[in-house]
Design a protein around this ligand. Structure first.
Ligand SMILES: CC(C)(COP(=O)(O)OP(=O)(O)OC[C@H]1O[C@@H](n2cnc3c(N)ncnc32)[C@H](O)[C@@H]1OP(=O)(O)O)[C@@H](O)C(=O)NCCC(=O)NCCS
Length: 327
């Protein structure tokens, strides 16, 4: 049975930077509060003419170039997003056309900030089953379009970006995705989400006036759930891979809040130095977060053959998961 290994990674961040100082002019907040509570210093905002598929295609192209793989040689594209260009067609269909990846079937996965872990695990299963040889997993979001810019509790947190991971089949044993665990607890749908604009509450002027199309979050509850579930799922995933926390060389974490990452790692007994942090530059980019982080660590030459990489993410739903890879 084949395994899936990472052939290439890529990322794209819109040019426009929104700093904490910029936010001080929009809502009653301050740099010290944002940095000390979240670790975020700035985030990127998509240009008016940029949609999620534009960001996704740019990141995907980088991953293909890194791997030296042509778009026609991709069999499957999974775009992980909750902010696609349109309700339908899928964001993945736009990305497939943009790339010219004419031999790939393409679809979206919506698992909020855990999206890329879901996408990675789905792509891994297709590769293991032998149905697919090369799969592009792209996490892309333009959350700035769904943020209430008058709500200081949420608008300081999120940013726009895209990251891509190209997976390929290998017969080499013990390399690539060793284990992945996905979890959902739908009893927590009420603590984080965008509750208007879908079939429950279709778009209307009243819905827009109430800003029901914007992110709503009970931050403290999300925080508590995250610091409990993340270390648990990483420990379970390590166990499934036959490894322990001591085997971890690098942690690639969803960047929602630096304190969440620190708490999860402390719980696992993994030093913070093993985790690539970029929340200071991007904020929470949801599905894009982990692929960008992996790409940065990869391009910085930090990932060496044989390294064990533990991934963890949690998002609205709540959805969460872990993955363990051997580079
Ligand atoms: C949102 C979050 C940073 C808030 O931090 P916190 O330490 O829990 O802060 P609290 O919500 O307890 O608020 C503390 C105070 O800061 C205030 N505050 C909230 N946002 C603020 C801001 N941007 N600037 C200044 N003050 C702010 C609150 O109004 C509150 O004031 P009060 O004490 O006068 O009522 C934190 O709860 C968090 O990160 N939660 C998880 C969010 C997340 O990761 N979501 C995505 C998951 S994928």
């Amino acid at each position: 049975m084949p395994n899936s290994i990472v052939l290439g990674t890529g990322s794209y961040a819109p040019r426009r930077i929104l700093s904490n100082a910029d936010l001080e002019k929009i809502v009653k907040t301050n740099n010290e509060w944002i940095v000390s509570r979240t670790g975020i210093k700035e985030r990127r905002i998509a240009a008016d003419d940029e949609a999620t598929s534009d960001l996704a295609a740019a990141a995907a192209r980088e991953a293909l170039q890194f791997a030296g793989v042509e778009p026609e040689d991709v069999d499957m594209i999974v775009v992980c997003t909750v902010t696609g260009d349109t309700p339908t067609p899928s964001c993945a269909a736009f990305v497939q056309a943009r790339l010219g990846a004419k031999n790939a079937f393409a679809f979206d996965v919506g698992a909020a900030c855990a999206g890329s872990l879901y996408g990675l695990s789905i792509a891994d299963q297709f590769i293991r089953s032998g149905q697919v040889k090369r799969a592009l997993v792209v996490g892309a979001e333009t959350l700035s379009r769904f943020v209430d810019w008058s709500n200081r509790e949420t608008c300081v947190l999120f940013g726009d970006a895209a990251g891509a991971i190209l997976l390929g089949a290998t017969e080499e044993e013990g390399r690539g995705v060793l284990a992945a665990k996905l979890r959902t607890d739908g009893s927590m749908t009420g603590i984080l989400g965008i509750y208007g604009g879908g079939s429950r509450r279709p778009p209307s002027s009243e819905m827009l006036e109430e800003k029901a199309d914007k992110i709503k979050m009970r931050g403290r509850e999300v925080y508590k759930v995250a610091i409990r579930l993340l270390p648990e799922i990483v420990a379970e995933t390590l166990q499934a891979a036959g490894l322990t926390a001591a085997d971890i060389t690098h942690v690639i974490a969803h960047q929602a809040n630096q304190r969440i990452i620190e708490s999860a790692l402390q719980n696992l007994g993994v030093p913070l130095e093993k985790c690539w942090i970029n929340i200071d530059r991007y904020g929470n980019t949801s599905s894009a977060s982990m692929p960008i982080t992996l790409d940065e660590a990869n391009r910085a030459g930090k990932l060496k053959p044989g390294d064990v990489i533990a991934m963890m993410a949690i998002g609205a739903g709540m959805t969460w998961g872990g993955a363990v890879l051997r580079w």
